[in-house]
Design a protein around this ligand. Structure first.
Ligand SMILES: [Zn+2]
Ligand SMILES: [Zn+2]
Length: 268
């Protein structure tokens, strides 16, 4: 029996899965991907994820507002999160973070939201899941993320750890991720030629890495360009094993143990 895997980031409530969601979960289990963590993007997606966690064993939920959804959400959206945190299927705060790729119109809103999410994560001792996407050739998001996380850590509200999901550098960021006590989430982009992800994770120990798909987006090679799904996590594990000169089983064992420890998931 091969090691089981965790998809630490899949938008299972996305309409892309409406036609065959149960089959997607079944295929994941067949591929050994027995636990799925669903990042929220808005309030509706938190509730959709909670419903999926009721329906499927091994499905867990994050609560948070995605940086690119903030401007569309109700003014009190953030305040709706804290009352949900007692629910046992909620294992993280996210996905929050910064995204200057699509627009820099709401930078202040994004930074305030990130700070508020980080404080909530510290106070409730929940891992924080971060989205980080810059304009081509820029590193502003990464710099602002690190600065805000250091600020919140220095407030001493509680422990603060989490994941830089879909990690892809810049290369200097790896040292800050480690210094902050955070982890990186790796998915399909690790399998893309010329994406530079293997170089960006060079100094990151295996026990600071968790696996993800970010489905329905960013399907790994050879499915690139099609709908992604949790059953493809083994392809990411395979690529990581190649990059590190390890067996797939070693990668699976360590990344699964890290994910379970970080998100406080049950065994299998
Ligand atoms: Zn993201
Ligand atoms: Zn996401």
């Amino acid at each position: 029996m091969p090691e089981s895997l965790v998809d630490t980031h899949v938008h299972l409530y996305a309409t892309a899965y409406d036609a065959d969601r149960d089959a997607v979960v079944a295929r994941a289990a067949e591929a050994g991907v027995t636990q799925l963590i669903l990042p929220a993007v808005d309030i509706a997606s938190i509730h959709a994820s909670l419903a999926l966690a009721e329906r499927h064993l091994g499905v867990f939920v994050m609560a948070g507002l995605h940086p690119t959804y903030l401007a569309e959400e109700a003014a009190d959206a953030f305040d709706q999160i804290e009352p949900l945190l007692h629910k046992p299927s909620i294992v993280a705060i996210g996905e929050t973070g910064l995204d200057y790729y699509w627009s820099t119109d709401h930078v202040d809103l994004q930074q305030d939201s990130l700070r508020a999410h980080a404080r909530l994560a510290a106070i409730y001792d929940l891992p924080l899941v971060l989205h980080n996407r810059d304009k081509q050739g820029r590193e502003d998001c990464s710099r602002d993320l690190v600065r805000i996380l250091r600020d919140v850590k220095s407030e001493g509200l509680g422990p603060l750890t989490g994941v830089f999901h879909c990690f892809g550098g810049p290369e200097w960021l790896a040292a800050d991720v480690l210094d902050l006590g955070f982890h990186v989430g790796l998915g399909g982009t690790l399998t893309f030629k010329n994406a530079g992800v293997a170089d960006a994770i060079d100094g990151i120990p295996l026990d600071r890495i968790v696996l993800e798909t970010d489905g329905p987006y960013l399907a790994p090679t050879p499915h690139r360009g099609t709908r992604n799904e949790p059953a493809y996590v083994p392809l990411v594990a395979q690529r990581l094993a190649e990059v590190r000169g390890l067996t797939v089983d070693e990668v699976a064992r360590v990344t699964t143990a890290t994910a379970r420890r970080l998100f406080k998931l049950p065994e299998g």
